[in-house]
Write a protein that binds this ligand. Structure first.
Ligand SMILES: [Zn+2]
Ligand SMILES: [Zn+2]
Length: 144
C-alpha cells in the first residue's frame, strides 16, 4: 500500500527475513565500546529507521533479544547467532546494521562516539565526540 522503496534483509543463515522501507533517519559509523563488543568488530555501520519501517517477514519466532540496558534491545538469530538489528526505544529508532541489508545504498554521513575509536578513519566525514545534540549527546565535533 505504499510506493516507498523496500530493501531485503536477513540474518546470516537466512532463517529470519525482514524488509526496510523508505529511507533511514541517519546513517553512519559508531565507534562505541558497546557496538564493538556486541558486533565483535572495530566499528559498527548503522542505519537508523523508524520502527514501523522495519518489518519481519519470516522467522519472527527465531529472533532472540538481549537488553543490557533499557536503551538498546539487541536482536539476533537463535539458529546462526547472526545479528539483525537493535531497537532503541528511547530514541524511537531501530538500528539496522548496514551489513545485513546488502542491497540498500548505504551512504554514511557521520561518525559517532569517535572519542572511543580503536580504528580512526580518515574519510573527511564529521566526527562526533559522542552523539549529536538531537540524539542526547554533547554535539561536540573532534578531529579525525
Ligand atoms: Zn540465522
Ligand atoms: Zn555504538
Amino acid at each position: 500500500m505504499n510506493s516507498e522503496k523496500t530493501y531485503q534483509g536477513s540474518c546470516f543463515c537466512g532463517a529470519i527475513q525482514f524488509t526496510v522501507s523508505g529511507g533511514p533517519d541517519a546513517m553512519g559509523y559508531c565507534h562505541c565500546d558497546s557496538c564493538r563488543h556486541w558486533s565483535a568488530g572495530p566499528v559498527n555501520a548503522f542505519t537508523l529507521w523508524k520502527p514501523e519501517a522495519v518489518q519481519v517477514t519470516q522467522g519472527a519466532e527465531n529472533i532472540g533479544t538481549y537488553n543490557k540496558t533499557p536503551r538498546s534491545y539487541r536482536k539476533w538469530c537463535k539458529t546462526c547467532g547472526g545479528h539483525i538489528f537493535t531497537e532503541h526505544p528511547g530514541m524511537g529508532l531501530t538500528d539496522v546494521y548496514a551489513a545485513v541489508i546488502p542491497d540498500f545504498p548505504y551512504r554514511p554521513g557521520v561518525h559517532v562516539n569517535y572519542q572511543e575509536t580503536v580504528l580512526p578513519i580518515k574519510d573527511e566525514l564529521p566526527k562526533m565526540k559522542d552523539l549529536p545534540k538531537e540524539m542526547g549527546g554533547s554535539g561536540v565535533s573532534v578531529a579525525e
